[in-house]
Design a protein around this ligand. Structure first.
Ligand SMILES: Cc1cc2nc3c(=O)[nH]c(=O)nc-3n(C[C@H](O)[C@H](O)[C@H](O)COP(=O)(O)O)c2cc1C
Length: 370
């Protein structure tokens, strides 16, 4: 499973894995893919340093990358307190009432939520980059827009390839014009922030729009058959996020959440603004229903919504309040039916890929058994 891009990066499989967990990122790279650590939750540079040190010690010299979130619309010069002040009282009351309705306990004193807005601020992403550029990362990816020109230059000076996620051909073209190296075409099916175009339509559109730039197909990929389909659509690799959430290396701390993921079908997610204010695919829960209810106040725009619900989300997760408990995840959740190691997932992906290629070869009349 080699493409020009996988050869350039020196990986055995053109399978890129986005994950917020260092142990998963390292395991993906060790298995022959390319692990990409999501940095958005690292608001303290020392925490990122600690986890990159850990990856370095466990990746067996294999290449890996980092993903930051620098939104195209900047919130520079604005503090969390400024954003707090912009949240309407009615919305705060709605959060209080909803949590009270489900009897969600308070956080203990000093227990802050992990989901602050700061990870989405350019100045915070820049501190993450200051740390990351001291490590031999081979790829820097950005969600929610093209990275600024000076960041692209800084990456290129260090021989780091720059990728950006795109949900439409128009976005992809903007990234190409900005001078990035790889476009991640992320379809509607994907977990996390996502656009409105399905991968089947989006991938070839983006491939054509940015040729000869390499494109990674993302969204709805969880089997080798789907990887083969992505290559058929012109992708030079695939970018998977959801599938790793139920691997044994993932540090999801809530057993109930893992059970919910394993039980969920492909129709059990929703693209909702409940979490961040921008449409993000996640498990459908009574929490997302409350925000999506036309009778309710509705979600605020980013970054207000993220800050409004930060503590609430932490409380729901800590106390595992079943009806409200969710996570970003894509429609592929329907295929995530058992906890497996990253290596076992890879074995399954490569086996499925070979079967799909054999099948297509038979159909095309290229197989010896024909
Ligand atoms: C739990 C979770 C968190 C995510 N957070 C980010 C993020 O911080 N930055 C980013 O570029 N993409 C993020 N994504 C999107 C992934 O990078 C990827 O594009 C997506 O998961 C691919 O589709 P799939 O979920 O169908 O595999 C996230 C996805 C999930 C499931």
């Amino acid at each position: 499973m080699q493409t020009e891009l996988s050869r350039k990066l020196g990986v055995e499989y053109a399978v890129f894995g986005f994950t917020p967990f260092p142990a998963v990122a390292a395991a993906i790279s060790r298995a022959g893919g390319f692990g990409v650590l999501g940095a958005v939750r690292y608001t303290a540079p020392d925490d990122l340093k600690r986890d990159l040190d850990w990856i370095e010690a466990h990746v067996d010299g294999k290449p890996y990358g980092l993903d930051v979130v620098m939104p195209a619309k900047k919130v520079e010069g604005v503090t969390e307190a400024d954003v707090e002040a912009m949240i309407p009282e009615g919305h705060r009351q709605f959060v209080k009432d909803t949590l009270a309705q489900y009897g969600v306990p308070e956080l203990a004193e000093g227990e802050a939520s992990g989901w602050r807005i700061t990870g989405w601020m350019e100045q915070v992403a820049r501190t993450q980059l200051d740390v990351a550029f001291d490590y031999p990362i081979r790829l820097l990816a950005n969600a929610l827009g093209s990275p600024p020109a000076d960041v692209i230059d800084r990456a290129h000076e260090r021989d780091v390839l720059v990728a950006a996620l795109a949900g439409s051909a128009r976005h992809a073209r903007k990234h190409a014009d900005a001078g990035i190296d790889i476009v991640v075409a992320q379809g509607y099916e994907a977990g996390g922030h996502t656009g409105e175009i399905a991968s089947m339509v989006l991938t070839p559109e983006v491939v054509d729009a940015v040729a000869p730039l390499p494109v990674l197909a993302a969204g709805g990929i969880g089997s080798g058959q789907q990887i083969a389909a992505a290559f058929a659509l012109g992708a030079q690799g695939v970018w998977l996020g959801s599938l790793w959430l139920t691997t044994t290396e993932a540090e999801l701390t809530s057993p109930r959440l893992i059970e919910k993921l394993l039980a969920a079908g492909s129709g059990d997610t929703v693209r909702s603004r409940a979490l961040t204010g921008k449409p993000a695919r996640q498990l459908r829960t009574e929490w997302t229903d409350a925000w999506d209810d036309p009778q309710g106040p509705g979600a605020l725009p980013m970054p207000l919504q993220g800050l409004l619900v930060a503590d609430a989300v932490s409380r729901i997760q800590k106390y595992e309040v079943e009806p409200l408990l969710g996570t970003p995840v894509g429609q592929i959740v329907g295929r995530m039916t058992s906890e497996r190691s990253v290596q076992a997932v890879f074995d399954d992906l490569t086996r499925g890929f070979e079967q799909a290629v054999d099948r297509v070869n038979r159909i095309a009349g290229r197989s010896e058994e024909q």
